[in-house]
Design a protein around this ligand. Structure first.
Ligand SMILES: NC(=O)c1ccc[n+]([C@@H]2O[C@H](COP(=O)([O-])OP(=O)(O)OC[C@H]3O[C@@H](n4cnc5c(N)ncnc54)[C@H](O)[C@@H]3O)[C@@H](O)[C@H]2O)c1
Length: 313
């Protein structure tokens, strides 16, 4: 027998245990889950919500106006029918994300519309941008933006985590873990919170001035790391996706209606290595990856930059 075949034989396990497909190949299905999607009436959320219902998730849509949410829900039902998807429950919740009490109230009410299922998946897109010179930024305006983009991100995560942790006392059957000091901890391995940051949390956009937005998104990226570190012991994962420029209805409108729109778009795309803005569907993969327990169980505190290479230069 040659040395080579001896090596091969000794490397072969005597009792090979073959893993099942589910142990090796991740699933991105979300059947049985309720995903909260904030900023649900917005451009990015529109596409992400379609992907979520296609993966079988029920949805709790949150945004400022009831009317816009009604339209969003109608569009989603139409999308389901057109694509012969099984119907999933879609609830709508008008709520200002910068109001902690409102957010808490809504998060508590959601299971009541979804057969008692407590949401363990979050896609948080609510936010807005303002282009104002730093030396002219009105304090109240800057405060409002930070309240929505940054504190709103904290409020929605806090309320969802609180609801999960409160379940410990009501349902004894959930899995638990014991930490080094013998304390019994509840464990939620399905819980995954995905917050939309921005490349603006890493770089300074140009030529438009937007200091409050940039600092709010830098805050979101660090909030994600802080929550991820603190809640890992409960199995709750928290991650960010940081997009570059996205061609949503909103940005398309800014470009088409502003006198400098064409020049602005040219300046932006010149700075993007792939040479174009993103389509909302280009964030679906990263969202599903981060929401999937089997695909990303070891990923937490991460900021996935999806920007066509913008931050490389
Ligand atoms: N569009 C881009 O180029 C781009 C780039 C990077 C990051 N982002 C981020 O992606 C996210 C989604 O952006 P979009 O392009 O879909 O914008 P959008 O304006 O279409 O959607 C944002 C949604 O958030 C909602 N919202 C705003 N303030 C709120 C509040 N106080 N409470 C509840 N809801 C509120 C709005 O009503 C809107 O429906 C935002 O966080 C944005 O900062 C966008």
């Amino acid at each position: 027998m040659s040395g080579l075949s001896q090596e091969v034989r000794s490397a072969t396990p005597i009792n090979p245990s073959i893993p099942s497909l589910a142990d090796v190949v991740p699933s991105f299905r979300l059947d049985g889950h309720v995903t909260i999607i904030t900023g649900a009436a917005g451009g990015l959320a529109h596409t992400l919500s379609q992907a979520l219902v296609a993966q079988g998730s029920q949805l709790a849509l949150m945004d400022l106006s009831h009317e816009s949410l009604e339209n969003t829900r109608r569009d989603l039902i139409h999308f389901q029918k057109q694509n012969n998807l099984p119907e999933v429950a879609i609830s709508i919740w008008a709520c200002d994300i910068s109001n902690a009490d409102e957010v808490e109230e809504v998060v508590r009410a959601i299971p009541g519309e979804h057969n008692g299922i407590i949401p363990q998946k979050l896609v948080h897109t609510a936010g807005f941008c303002q282009n104002i010179n730093a030396h002219e930024y009105d304090a109240a305006k800057a405060q409002k933006l930070v309240n929505v983009n940054l504190l709103g991100s904290l409020y929605i995560c806090q309320s969802m985590a609180r609801q999960l942790l409160a379940r410990r006392t009501r349902r004894k059957s959930i899995s638990t873990d014991v930490n080094e000091s013998g304390e019994v901890l509840p464990h939620f391995p399905e819980a995954s919170f995905v917050l939309i940051g921005s490349m603006s949390g890493l770089i300074v956009n140009t030529p438009q001035p937007q200091c409050a937005y940039n600092m709010s998104k830098a805050g979101v990226i660090h909030l994600v790391k802080s929550l991820a570190a603190e809640w890992a012991k409960y199995g709750i994962r928290v991650n960010a996706i940081s997009p570059g420029y996205i061609a949503t209805a909103l940005t398309k409108q800014v470009i088409s209606q502003s006198p400098e729109g064409a020049a602005l778009q040219k300046e932006w795309t010149n700075r993007i290595p792939v040479g174009r803005m993103a389509e909302p569907k280009e964030f679906v993969g990263s969202m599903l990856y981060l929401l999937s327990r089997s695909a990303s169980s070891y990923t937490t505190g991460e900021n996935m930059v999806v920007d066509g290479g913008y931050v490389c230069w």
